[in-house]
Design a protein around this ligand. Structure first.
Ligand code: NCD
Ligand code: ZN
Length: 355
């Protein structure tokens, strides 16, 4: 569709977000428009408190999302269930056959924000994984072990060896998405694991490395899980995202927390990037001479992996002469959420293309 020669103006399919946290209540209402303005669909993470564990919970949550959607926004939430050791394969079957449940999310217990109900022993969920293979419902994994003796920067690589590889081997037909991959090890695992294994990559992990978080003072708004790694890993993620390889696609992991909960002695993990992701990605892909691969990464590879059609709507991306000015804060309930700062001005904009 586009090519590098058309480097300042080109049309692509409307993007989707294959990993998103929308929360609930006032936060949902405040952040949802920042996704639905830009994305056609999003895979909605189930780590609410309490988590979305049953089909009935997902149905109710979907209704709350639709009620919060601004008028005129065309957006479809794709619902997921939070996998627990108590998940009933029959409930998964019900939700999947009904067309509501698009995936299940595996959080190792204690791995990240609101993951206390996560899985302690992977064998305990084998019957659910069996059912998911049969129904072709993807398993989305938060790929980090939680053992206290494993260094936080090694948790993804150790998870691949101890948990992911064994699941991959035991359930060969199960679709697996390694969510928010952050290491070269993860990228290599996905490349070597056949076409039923994919990975989402976040906007921020393409832009920041661990120095961004720690050098010159601690920057809580760049802290998320999995934590950004050293530069060689960021470069591996960039290479994977900009390659056009169908197994890599956008999952923003946009994860809003109140500013007060991030700027404190024990700050929450999560980066809120829904509102400027498309602009950031165009910048990144241009830097890497890969604007012709942007559509694959944000609009084509994800739906293909999930067995869905790409969005019919199109957007036109174009580069302005002046830096884009955009809201750097979203107000919520007397507090605010800070928008991801890529650390450089953004020149790329986009507009909807009328059919
Ligand atoms: C996410 C959140 O806040 O819900 N945080 C994050 O740092 N990514 C949870 C998650 O996806 O790990
Ligand atoms: Zn997430």
């Amino acid at each position: 569709m586009s090519s590098n020669s058309r480097s300042t103006d080109f049309i692509v399919r409307r993007p989707d977000d294959w990993h998103l946290h929308l929360r609930d209540g006032a936060m949902l209402k405040a952040v949802l428009p920042h996704t639905s303005a830009h994305f056609g669909r999003a895979i909605i993470m189930p780590n609410l408190v309490p988590p979305v564990v049953k089909t009935a919970d997902a149905e109710a949550y979907r209704a709350r999302i639709m009620a919060a959607l601004p008028e005129g926004h065309d957006f479809e939430p794709l619902m997921t269930l939070y996998l627990t050791e108590g998940t009933d394969p029959a409930d998964v079957e019900l939700g999947a056959k009904y067309g509501l449940i698009k995936a299940l999310k595996l959080y190792p217990a204690g791995a990240t924000t609101n993951s206390d109900s996560g899985v302690r022993s992977i064998e305990a969920v084998y019957p659910v994984l069996e059912k998911m293979s049969e129904l072709d419902v993807p398993l989305l994994v938060h790929g980090e072990v939680t053992d206290a003796d494993i260094d936080i920067f090694d948790r993804e690589a150790v998870f691949i060896d101890r948990v992911l590889s064994p699941i991959r081997e035991r359930f060969p037909s199960l679709r697996i998405v390694m969510e928010h991959v952050t290491t070269e090890d993860g990228v290599n695992f996905v490349k070597g694991a056949g076409d039923r294994t994919a990975a989402t990559i976040t906007t921020h992990h393409l832009i920041i490395n661990r120095n961004t978080i720690l050098v010159g003072g601690i920057k809580p708004h760049y802290f998320c899980l999995p934590v950004a790694k050293r530069e060689k890993h960021r470069l591996a993620l960039r290479a994977a995202a900009t390659s056009g390889d169908a197994r890599f696609f956008l999952g923003t992991d946009s994860a809003p927390h109140m500013k007060s909960a991030k700027e404190c002695a024990c700050g929450c993990a999560g980066v809120f990037n829904a509102s400027n992701t498309v602009n950031c990605l165009a910048h990144v892909f241009e830097q890497d001479g890969a604007l012709d691969k942007l559509e694959a990464f944000m609009s084509l590879n994800g739906p293909a992996f999930y067995g869905l059609a790409a969005n019919e709507a199109r957007i036109r991306l174009f580069k302005g002469d002046d830096p884009l000015s955009y809201e750097t804060r979203v107000s919520v309930d007397g507090d605010e959420v800070v928008v991801f700062d890529p650390g450089f001005p953004l020149f790329w904009r986009y507009e909807a293309v009328n059919a």
